[in-house]
Design a protein around this ligand. Structure first.
Ligand SMILES: Cc1cc2nc3c(=O)[nH]c(=O)nc-3n(C[C@H](O)[C@H](O)[C@H](O)COP(=O)(O)OP(=O)(O)OC[C@H]3O[C@@H](n4cnc5c(N)ncnc54)[C@H](O)[C@@H]3O)c2cc1C
Length: 479
């Protein structure tokens, strides 16, 4: 779903030179719409300039297309049907430079592909992309997995830094942050910018029998929006949020500098990266996270408590909140309890550091209370199991990570199977949030011709207008 900008300049030669010299709108008109340089403005790099940029990157510059593009030309065709099917598979979408895990959210934004994408393989590629975008006044977007529900990892008319190929993971027995005293050492893992939790867990837990604090959905990125936005996981009550486990980050800042941020240098940047939000302060090229010994046991409770009527349900909710405070609000318990419309509580919980028998004892007071109200309340636990992380010969026997892309992500079969890994990976990949109806709505598009390629650039007519543009600076107005 991409067109590569060949180093030798084969692809775009037909239109080279057509871009920036004709039909230029007046500068004042341009300034009124937006401060960023967009393809319809004369500041937009010409064909030859994009080509030269691609050459400098050894061809790692592409023109992304939406994985749903076939539906624009033939909504009833086989290619469109296949695109819709693939849009349920997060691993497939993440392999596409133009892919996102959602096609929009509550009408607030609509997924759009960038004009060009740097398929980054190392920090130098990211520095080059940031510098080019800064020099040319381009909107810059960063995408690892495209999981961002607020649409921050995609934007039309932008230059994308796509980190998906940067997924090296390396373990350290005694990591010392650069510039820190040797006493600051701890066991750690370094993950490159595009690494997802599935790869981090494979290396840290399956191969090395350690624990790293990540998230429940294994297709979320380990170095991007999750950790930079805080990152809460099943056992964060024990191990802290993911950001609190960050020991060091290598970051490209907006001026194109490659910096190391940790407790001993660039401390303010390090502080900001641990919760300030993905992409707010720079592009992380890699982050190093503390690892922990695995607890002796992991376990899972899955079931429901059903009330016969509204009054009984209200009483149940009151009792359950007390029970939670007394028995579950501690480092051993995580994940979810959902109050549902049919007067039931759905239990989808995980625990650590105790056996199934010990976990059962934790629940006994609530069970006794429910049994005394058997005429109006029923508690059904489908399973309550624990798994020893010390299972021989290696922990990997007890902690298998499902990675089959044909799995029904988020579906029950995968959910129950992946829970067996016993480390908070409660859903294997977590289904992407595409729906057919929303795809149809996203296909209602308005298209305009791009000045550099002559190709159509389409945006949804359903997209709500954004906030009014900020006032441009004098420098921006001159572009
Ligand atoms: C299915 C699902 C399950 C989730 N589960 C949890 C959960 O259990 N706990 C939790 O806390 N959150 C959870 N989240 C929220 C998740 O942490 C955020 O959506 C997060 O922003 C995703 O980050 P990403 O890097 O994977 O996605 P992306 O869409 O690639 O990026 C998200 C943001 O980070 C920026 N970014 C990406 N890479 C970098 C980088 N290398 N350097 C700087 N900025 C970067 C992007 O520009 C964007 O602003 C979940 C989200 C989904 C969709």
């Amino acid at each position: 779903m991409t067109r590569r900008i060949f180093a030798a300049g084969v692809v775009l030669t037909a239109l080279a030179g057509a871009g920036c010299k004709t039909n230029r709108p007046a500068v004042d008109q341009e300034a009124a719409s937006t401060c960023r340089c967009t393809p319809d403005k004369r500041c937009w790099p010409s064909q030859a300039e994009w080509q030269a940029f691609g050459t400098s990157l050894h061809g790692k510059l592409e023109q992304p297309e939406s994985p749903q593009a076939p539906c624009r030309s033939d909504a009833a065709g086989a290619a469109c049907a296949s695109a819709i099917k693939n849009s349920k598979n997060p691993l497939y979408l993440q392999d596409q430079v133009g892919g996102t895990q959602s096609n929009g959210w509550l009408g607030a934004w609509t997924a759009a592909t960038s004009a060009y994408a740097v398929v980054a393989e190392d920090a130098a590629d990211i520095v080059a992309a940031v510098s080019f975008a800064r020099q040319r006044g381009l909107r810059l977007v960063i995408k690892g997995t495209g999981h961002d529900y607020l649409g921050r990892s995609n934007a039309p008319d932008s230059l994308l830094v796509w980190t998906h190929k940067m997924r090296r993971v390396s373990m350290h027995d005694a990591f010392v942050p650069r510039g820190c005293p040797a006493t600051a050492r701890s066991a750690a893992v370094t993950v490159e910018a595009g690494t997802r939790w599935i790869e981090a867990y494979q290396e840290v837990t399956v191969k090395h029998g350690r624990y790293v604090q990540g998230g429940g959905c294994t297709t979320v990125g380990a170095a991007g929006g999750f950790i930079q936005g805080g990152g809460f996981g099943s056992w964060s009550k024990k191990y802290g949020i993911a950001a609190a486990n960050m020991l060091e980050a290598e970051v490209v800042t907006a001026d194109g500098s490659l910096l190391v941020a940790n407790d001993c240098q660039n401390q303010d940047l390090f502080w900001a990266l641990r919760g300030g939000g993905g992409g707010t302060f720079g592009i992380a090229t890699k982050v190093t996270l503390r690892t922990h010994p695995l607890p002796g046991y992991f376990g899972v409770v899955d079931g429901s408590i059903v009330a016969k009527n509204d009054a009984a349900f209200k009483e149940l909710l009151e009792r359950f909140l007390l029970f939670y405070r007394e028995r579950l609000s501690n480092e051993h318990w995580g994940e979810q309890v959902r109050a549902r419309r049919n007067n039931s509580l759905k239990l989808s919980l995980v625990f650590e550091g105790m056996t199934a028998k010990e976990a059962e004892q934790v629940w006994q007071p609530l069970r006794d209370w429910i049994e005394r109200r058997a005429d109006t309340l029923t508690m059904k636990v489908n399973y309550l199991e624990s798994f020893s992380s010390k299972m021989s010969p290696t922990p990997s026997r007890a902690i298998r990570v499902p990675i089959n892309p044909r799995d029904d992500f988020g579906g029950r079969a995968t959910a129950s199977r992946s829970r067996r890994i016993g480390m908070g990976i409660s859903r294997a990949g977590c289904r992407s949030s595409f729906s057919k109806a929303r795809m149809r709505s996203a296909l209602l598009t308005r298209c305009s011709k791009r000045r550099d390629t002559g190709r159509s650039n389409c945006i949804s007519t359903r997209a709500k207008p954004g906030p009014p543009p900020r006032r441009c600076s004098a420098v921006e107005r001159r572009r």
